[in-house]
Design a binder for this molecule. Structure first.
Ligand SMILES: CN1c2c(nc(N)[nH]c2=O)NC[C@@H]1CNc1ccc(C(=O)N[C@@H](CCC(=O)N[C@@H](CCC(=O)N[C@@H](CCC(=O)O)C(=O)O)C(=O)O)C(=O)O)cc1
Ligand SMILES: N[C@@H](CCS)C(=O)O
Ligand SMILES: [Zn+2]
Length: 767
């Protein structure tokens, strides 16, 4: 039985690629040095897999920024706004164009916006969204997949190149012209895919993995037909190359028949997320296909349960024999951190909890151990059983008082004292805000100096007292700036936070965090998700000292800033021994305690961020309501303890609200701030159509770009907003937090934003 890895992390165990790219962008590293770093990382990763004895080792899973962007360049999908830049370059396959597409280009008199980023299915990874325009043609610009295959071959490593499949590439992109038909696009795209696959075949590749994650989503009959059409065409042009279609993050369900009829040599299915699909897949499994069993979970950091994996493997073996089975990771290991062996500080990660975990390198090892167990190594199986048994009964995992508190939750605990309109009057009386009140989403620039303070604290170069003093200094400066800008509801700036989720994970019981557990979020930006291993509770207040200190510096309302339960869950590695809903309610109770303490400390505006609520939506619509019911309940539990005159805000970015607007309304936040500027307020239409009753802050400027928006631009957006919603309900704020921005642009942008709010106050008649 062969082993198969779908993809490996690429940022580097010490985030070498991040550091190299950022140095290159800053003009501090040459292109040659950047490319050398990339080659070294690729080699390291291939060798790890080779040494672990993996049979199908991925290549082309490396990327300088994003694998979908790479594919855009392999297929010539370059939005036309980049044409002026393209014309100025000697070679279209240049890093200048590549990084411009990823990050935007403001140089040499050009001002080109970056490609849009969105969440990769239900993960916290972002991909760049391909834009298919009118008259879209496809052509080969980059030959990356063949180049990297040859590079591995020259090191004596025969790899399996990985590409996003043509149908998912089209379905996950944005069709910019309503007249364009996806079937026509596919027809034009396939020759370019064939070109790449044929050149891989010529270079000696025997397997290629084409990822088609859309096969686990709801598809129309027309979309089904695209798969059959595409793979029939590809197969006809590739006599010697074996195609593996890889599906992950869910179950094939009603797409099973389509997947099984594809004229390809192998199908990969995700048995970590959807083990139940195995039975259906085996029933009709064609005698010509290999089946890759994704038993090693690529989305978590827990040791594999070998007994459970073995049961699945045996079930498949009984149906189709061992010769046609591959043992695999459930998806690419991109979503897991590199190497558990780097976690050496026992104060951070105790040996007990560490012994329950596996990062990418260990997961690769697990594949090879499963192979050995299949060959009769019972000692490995016994050791695994013992470790899992120890975890399931460990006293540190289970806290009866926490479980009892969740079990005792009532509808009343999830309901504010009075309906919104009554609360709104009381909040108006207390807060006395002007119309079109201005605020920000919470974070201010996380400068190098601020991050260095934290690094110095960790290294013991400064004392906790020195750290606190420096953070307080940053808060003083931020409050003074906001006062001088005449913002209405202030924030303390979140300077004390390394990350909006990790920060809370570090302070809650039931969580552990890591030293090096970095996972790529987008481009060079990484997150270090905390790990939820047991029942969650809050031992002591987490943010109160900072918010109440900030409140002493101003007579304006200071907004308390918390991350919501669903977002904490979504952006953490979650325990696998109880339903996600139960874990979320435990977190909700911890946040509720913090909300209560903030209110008791005199903080009368409290924001509970839930940017991940939309991304948590299951991939299948049939599962949405169940998820939304517990997600909305968790939010309500976390905030419903306060008095009517305490104003609860929530914030969401990355949001398309049309299809879940009733659930957003059910959250019953007094104010919701959302990302809307990039869609020119289009997103507000859902709120308008629903007659959303509560207050809304539609983001008036995009915080992803250093560009300073003008007052006129923002006034124009606000004017659109008042066409759609009652003016008295509208707030004025940026799209999201300002942590990735620099101070100079932040100050100027906020100055213009406040001026826009003032213009609205002067010009719009309030009723
Ligand atoms: C809103 N977003 C978030 C998501 N997920 C989260 N968990 N958090 C989010 O905020 N998902 C969706 C989006 C994704 N957006 C972003 C935006 C920005 C980042 C980002 O900037 N990441 C940083 C790392 C942040 C962090 O943890 N910083 C630490 C310091 C880490 C560090 O590099 N330390 C150095 C030493 C520094 C020194 O010596 O000066 C080291 O350890 O070597 C901190 O502030 O303490 C990034 O750089 O990638 C991520 C997602
Ligand atoms: N309060 C957070 C929300 C990010 S989604 C921030 O301002 O960064
Ligand atoms: Zn946000």
């Amino acid at each position: 039985m062969q082993t198969n890895v779908l993809g490996y992390p690429r940022i580097g165990s010490q985030r070498e690629l991040k550091k190299a790219c950022e140095a290159y962008w800053a003009g501090k590293m040459s292109l040659e040095k950047l490319q050398l770093t990339a080659r070294q990382l690729r080699r390291q990763h291939w060798e790890i897999l080779q040494q672990a004895g993996i049979d199908l080792i991925p290549s082309n899973d490396f990327s300088f920024y994003d694998q979908v962007l790479d594919l855009c360049l392999m297929t010539g999908v370059i939005p036309s706004r980049f044409t002026p830049l393209l014309k100025s370059l000697a070679n279209a396959n240049s890093p200048e164009l590549y990084f411009a597409m990823a990050r935007g280009y403001q140089k040499n008199g050009l001002d080109i916006t970056a490609m849009e980023m969105t969440k990769w299915l239900d993960t916290n990874y972002h991909y760049l969204v391909p834009e298919f325009e009118a008259e879209q043609q496809f052509r080969v610009i980059s030959t990356k997949c063949t180049d990297e295959f040859k590079e591995a071959l020259s090191l004596g490593i025969h790899t399996k190149p990985v590409l996003l499949g043509p149908v998912s590439f089209l379905l996950l992109g944005k069709i910019k012209d309503g007249q364009l038909q996806i079937a026509d696009l596919l027809d034009r795209l396939l020759p370019v895919y064939l070109h790449h696959l044929q050149s891989l075949q010529t270079a000696g590749a025997t397997w290629v993995q084409l990822d088609e994650p859309c096969l686990v989503q709801d598809l129309t009959p027309e979309e089904h037909a695209l798969f059959t059409y595409a793979y029939t065409k590809l197969k006809a042009g590739l006599p010697a190359l074996h195609i593996m279609v890889a599906t992950y993050f869910g179950s094939l369900q009603d797409n099973t028949a389509i997947a099984l009829q594809l004229p390809v040599q192998a199908l990969h299915i995700d048995l970590a997320r959807a083990p139940e699909q195995l039975e259906t897949v085996l029933q009709e499994f064609p005698s010509t296909m290999l089946l890759s069993l994704g038993v090693i979970n690529g989305r978590n950091i827990w040791k594999n349960d070998y007994s459970r994996s073995l049961a699945l493997i045996r079930q498949a073996e009984a149906a189709i024999g061992t010769e046609r089975l591959l043992l695999a990771t459930s998806c690419s290991l991109l979503h897991t951190p590199y190497d558990l062996d780097l976690e050496t500080d026992e104060q951070v990660l105790t040996p007990q909890i560490k012994s329950w975990m596996a990062f990418a390198k260990q997961k690769v090892q697990e594949l090879s151990e499963l192979q050995q167990i299949m060959a009769g190594n019972t000692a490995l199986l016994a050791a695994n059983r013992q470790s899992l048994q120890e975890k399931s009964t460990a006293a540190i995992v289970h806290k009866p008082a926490v479980k009892a508190r969740v079990a005792a939750l009532t509808e009343e605990d999830a309901t504010r004292l009075s309906p919104f309109l009554i609360r709104q009057r009381q909040q108006e009386a207390l807060l006395k805000l002007p119309s079109f009140p201005t605020t920000t989403i919470g974070s201010f620039p996380q400068t190098e100096e601020i991050r260095k303070l934290r690094a110095d604290l960790k290294k013991g170069n400064i004392t906790p007292e020195q750290y606190d003093t420096a953070i307080r200094r940053a808060i003083i400066d931020a409050v003074q700036l906001q006062e001088s800008l005449r913002l209405d509801v202030l924030v303390h700036g979140e300077f004390e936070r390394n990350d909006m989720v990790e920060y809370f994970g570090e302070q809650l019981e039931g969580f552990v965090f890591t030293q090096h557990g970095w996972v790529q979020s987008y481009g060079t930006r990484c997150v270090k998700p905390p790990v939820i291993y047991g029942d969650v509770q809050r031992p002591q207040p987490m943010t109160v000292q900072w918010s109440s200190y900030a409140q002493t510096l101003t007579t304006k309302p200071m907004k308390g800033m918390l991350t919501g339960p669903v977002t904490i869950l979504q952006w953490s590695f979650v325990r696998d021994d109880q339903p996600r809903a139960d874990t979320t309610l435990q977190i909700a109770l911890a946040i509720r305690d913090e909300v209560q303490d903030l209110e008791n400390a005199g903080i009368k505006v409290i924001q509970v961020d839930e940017p991940a609520i939309r991304e948590g939506l299951p991939l299948r619509k049939a599962d949405w309501d169940a998820y939304l019911d517990w997600a909305v309940k968790a939010f309500r539990v976390s905030v419903s303890c306060v008095q009517d005159d305490t104003q609860i805000h929530t914030h969401m970015c990355y949001s398309e609200f049309n299809d879940i607007i009733d659930h957003i309304a059910a959250m019953d936040a007094d104010v919701i701030t959302i990302e809307t500027s990039r869609s020119q307020m289009e997103l507000l239409e859902a709120f308008a159509a629903f007659r959303y009753p509560n207050e809304i802050g539609p983001g008036v400027y995009d915080i992803h770009s250093p560009r300073v928006p003008t007052t006129a631009e923002m006034t124009e957006l606000l004017e659109k907003a008042v066409q759609l919603l009652p003016a008295r309900n509208i707030w004025v704020n940026p799209d999201c937090g300002l942590k990735t921005r620099k101070w100079a642009e932040t100050e100027q942008a906020l100055r213009n934003m406040v001026a826009a709010a003032r213009e609205m106050r002067a010009n719009v008649l309030m009723c």
